[in-house]
Design a protein around this ligand. Structure first.
Ligand SMILES: [Zn+2]
Length: 489
């Protein structure tokens, strides 16, 4: 599911060029700017002290168009001189080397103010989710050896949940965050409050989970089992969760028949997952639901530009069934049937429209089926061709593992065609560029007859029911798709 878009959807190029030259990490940054962020007990304002290491940047930038309206007062600490923002920029040329600025910014969301900020900002009982783009004035870009460290000074009992890279003390507790060289143009959700905050270990990886207040209160055990199971399902791809440390925000109180009526991945700062749940639903409903597996499967890819959302949604949609079958949440037969049913619905959507055009229209019209499942069909075809042509040596799992090692970190925004070239390189095949040429610019949903034949998937007379044929040529490949590698079982 997706309902959050990057803030400046069509204008990526300048941003990408600005950030591509930088690299993640900077553990031994030569230049470390230090921010201390104080929040009042009522969570109305932040008071930020930003101290620069050496020469300050020429200006600070905030992501949201509403940031200058939310900015209450900025002063140079030494002289008390007041600074005024110019739109989303704050000129620092009068700040001395090693100097500090202090500013206050409003977190209140009243009367339509901050409406343009994003869909993430909200009050949830006594807790507040902010979009950091409203209140975080940061250097517009960081040099390779430059970092910003963020520390929070909070009232007794208050917690913060933030997406940036956590810095941990000797006991593993988060004591600060590093801003890093990340994607900035998406919302970054930062929650303040007295919510439940705990960590879930998934192998070596950690989910930092904030469960906001709700009535009835959300049972931690429900969240723990649901997210652990979903994350472990995603870990069946290549034996580890794709990212080391991920922010997760769970907002209770959603209505609807499903346990997780809405969810999305945010990429501001670092990738994070945001869930709206109906906490009245029983644990059993959560343990078979596809949403968390789908959202976490988004973390298998780096940031793909929104014009190519068919690729990120295709991967997430393909794997939402495959991974649930591997984890025993649904049967293999059910996984194939669900996939087939979605392909059939998608086939009827937007006839005569290319995938690129359908993706553009998806944002306008909300017609998701064609885009998600056309993308998922390409992933099924890729997985089948990789396995068949390399006699099982390659698979979509393996290629994505290669991508994890080379390309998941950092601020690059990928075009689908460039990412497909990378996947060809990683698999030493031309499967992806071939699929791109055949099916991305074609004005129809891919014909899956050959793929089904190769995998030994049969259809009934009406074409609605898919069945697994026992003695097909490549039934091993088909079975391998739905089963975790033996070493992981
Ligand atoms: Zn999605």
């Amino acid at each position: 599911m997706v309902s959050i878009l990057p803030r400046r959807f069509p204008c990526f190029t300048t941003l990408v060029l600005g950030l591509l030259v930088t690299m993640p990490g900077a553990a031994g940054a030569a230049s470390m700017h230090r921010y201390t962020i104080t929040v009042d007990a009522a969570i109305r304002e932040v008071d930020v002290r930003a101290c620069f290491d050496g020469a300050p940047p020429r200006h600070l930038a905030a992501e949201s168009l509403d940031a200058s309206a939310a900015l209450l007062e900025v002063r140079i600490e030494d002289t008390g001189k007041r600074l005024e923002p110019n739109g989303p920029e704050l000129d620092l040329r009068s700040v001395p080397a090693d100097g500090c600025v202090r500013y206050r910014a409003s977190l209140l969301m009243q009367g339509g103010r901050h409406q343009r900020s994003s869909g993430v900002a909200r009050r949830v009982g006594p807790d507040v989710v902010t979009d950091a783009g409203i209140w975080l004035w940061r250097p517009p870009s960081l040099a390779q050896d430059e970092e910003v460290e963020l520390r929070f000074a909070l009232p007794e009992g208050m917690s913060v949940s933030a997406p940036w890279r956590p810095q941990r003390d000797a006991h593993g507790r988060v004591e600060a965050y590093r801003l890093g060289h990340a994607v900035y143009d998406w919302p970054a959700a930062v929650a303040f409050g007295t919510f439940q905050q705990r960590e879930i270990a998934v192998g070596e990886a950690r989910l930092r989970v904030a469960v906001l207040h709700g009535a009835p209160r959300v049972e931690w055990e429900l969240v723990r089992q649901w997210l652990t199971r979903s994350a472990e399902a995603v870990s069946t791809l290549y034996g580890r969760f794709p990212l080391d440390d991920v922010q997760v925000i769970v907002v209770p109180g959603a209505r609807g028949d499903e346990p997780v009526p809405s969810a999305f991945v945010l990429r501001g700062g670092q990738p994070a997952v945001y869930f709206f749940i109906n906490q009245r639903k029983p644990l059993a409903d959560y343990l078979v639901d596809w949403t968390a597996v789908h959202e976490m499967a988004h973390l298998l890819l780096p940031h793909v530009r929104p014009e190519d959302a068919w690729l990120s949604e295709g991967v997430a949609s393909y794997y939402q069934n495959v991974l649930r079958a591997r984890a025993g949440m649904i049967s293999e037969q059910e996984a194939w049937q669900r996939m087939h049913g979605s392909f059939r619905r998608a086939m009827r959507g937007m006839p005569g429209t290319t995938l690129a055009d359908a993706t553009e229209r998806m944002y306008r019209d909300g017609a998701y089926m064609r885009v998600y499942w056309h993308g998922a069909a390409l992933m099924l075809m890729a997985d089948q061709r990789l396995r068949a042509r390399t006699r099982g040596a390659q698979s979509l799992d393996r290629v994505l593992h290669g991508l994890q090692a080379c390309c998941l970190d950092g601020a690059q925004v990928w075009q689908a065609s460039v990412l497909f070239d990378k996947l060809d390189e990683l698999s030493a095949t031309n499967v992806f560029s071939e699929l791109y040429a055949q099916h991305v610019t074609a004005a129809r949903f891919p014909d899956l007859t050959e793929t089904y034949d190769e995998l030994g998937l049969g259809l009934n007379a009406s074409g609605e029911i898919v069945s697994v044929l026992p003695r097909a040529a490549h039934s091993d490949d088909r079975d391998a798709i739905m089963r975790a590698p033996a070493s992981l079982r």
